[in-house]
Design a protein. Structure first.
Length: 178
């Protein structure tokens, strides 16, 4: 069942009961390959609810109930307490996203997850653009984001990670109907 036919994906808040699931996903080879140097500190972060961040679990309904599928983090990078993005304008959002199990890759789920995440970001009138930062080596992610309308901004190091920064402006998102 294709994710983008019928909207069989929903996003919900990640909660403390998701700790084991998130740890499991964090150890999957495709997730490690996309995010090799981050320690999410799930035990702490699942307890925090800052107003500049959403931690979300994507779930898919394949006819037998909702099954956890992936993870999304949406932040206001200007207000985020770790200052990961440095000095950025107040009118941005940044997204981290991954699908938990390799068997769910390539099925359209990531596209629908991003569509819903982008709709959440642009629901706030003041948000001008969304940023993402896949590893420079992750060419599949680059192609995925470009298909969604993101434009390459720069190559940048975030700690030990060599990344490509992409940006999707509100106008491009609106014109595409992403």
């Amino acid at each position: 069942m294709a994710a983008d036919r019928g909207g069989h994906i929903r996003l919900r808040d990640a909660v403390a009961d998701d700790l084991a699931l998130l740890r499991h996903w964090d150890e999957q080879p495709h997730v490690v390959a996309a995010d090799p140097n981050d320690d999410w500190g799930w035990e702490t972060e699942l307890q925090r609810r800052p107003d500049w961040r959403e931690l979300l679990i994507a779930e898919v309904d394949e006819g037998e109930g909702w099954r956890p599928l992936g993870f999304i983090q949406i932040i206001d990078p200007a207000r985020e307490d770790g200052h990961y993005w440095g000095d950025v304008p107040a009118d941005l959002r940044a997204i981290d996203i991954w699908i938990g199990e390799a068997a769910d890759l390539g099925r359209g789920f990531g596209t629908e997850m991003m569509r819903q995440a982008l709709a959440r970001c642009f629901a706030a009138d003041g948000v001008a653009a969304v940023l993402i930062d896949p590893l420079a080596s992750n060419t599949r992610a680059h192609a995925f984001y470009q298909r969604l309308g993101f434009r390459f901004v720069e190559r940048r190091w975030f700690g030990d990670d060599d990344c490509h920064v992409y940006r999707l402006d509100r106008g491009d998102w609106s014109r595409q109907g992403v």
